[in-house]
Design a protein around this ligand. Sequence first.
Ligand code: NAP
Length: 174
Amino acid sequence: MKQPEVIIIAALAEANRAIAYNGKLPWNIPEDSQRFQELTLNHTVIMGRKTWENDLKQHPLKNRRNIVISSEPQAVKVISESVDYPFELLVFKSIEEALEKSQKSEKIFIAGGASIYAQALELADTLELTLVEGNFEGDTFFPEYQSLIGSQFKLVAKEDRPGFRYETYKRIAR
Ligand SMILES: NC(=O)c1ccc[n+]([C@@H]2O[C@H](COP(=O)([O-])OP(=O)(O)OC[C@H]3O[C@@H](n4cnc5c(N)ncnc54)[C@H](OP(=O)(O)O)[C@@H]3O)[C@@H](O)[C@H]2O)c1
């Protein structure tokens, strides 16, 4: 059976790799949010418990399998789905367990936050990064990845937008 593609998807400040400040994204880029929705639709999305609690619990990703990672799965609040709002929510104790239980997925997106990105960098096949220009204050950061470019990942696509750009990297070695 074909292995799922493991894709890190993140928006980060180009200057300092900030991904959040005070529990919120430091920017509002509707086009990037739309792209996140489009890329992840009908796939599996893995996130840390804090990202779930802060960002997604109120609006779980519809028509996707939401997976939350927590050391206390029973404490993660599960909202029941409705006919109008179909989504799936599973809670696992580790990223490895989540990946193991998602082997039938074609694509598995790793959607943060910082602690999950840091652990997933060595597992990822693809990086879908949105690099935001400018100086943003941050208290939560994407892991250092630039030193892996050339040795473990190569840039395969780049799309410029006003004030930000998309960069896609594919793994070339482990
Ligand atoms: N810019 C972006 O693209 C982007 C994307 C996503 C999130 N964010 C931001 O990132 C921030 C959250 O990042 P964060 O690093 O603080 O939190 P996080 O990664 O979302 O969640 C951390 C929690 O995940 C669980 N966890 C992580 N690794 C685990 C492991 N190996 N085993 C078991 N459980 C594990 C733990 O939950 P328990 O404490 O329950 O054990 C841990 O406290 C938010 O502000 C969010 O807005 C930004």
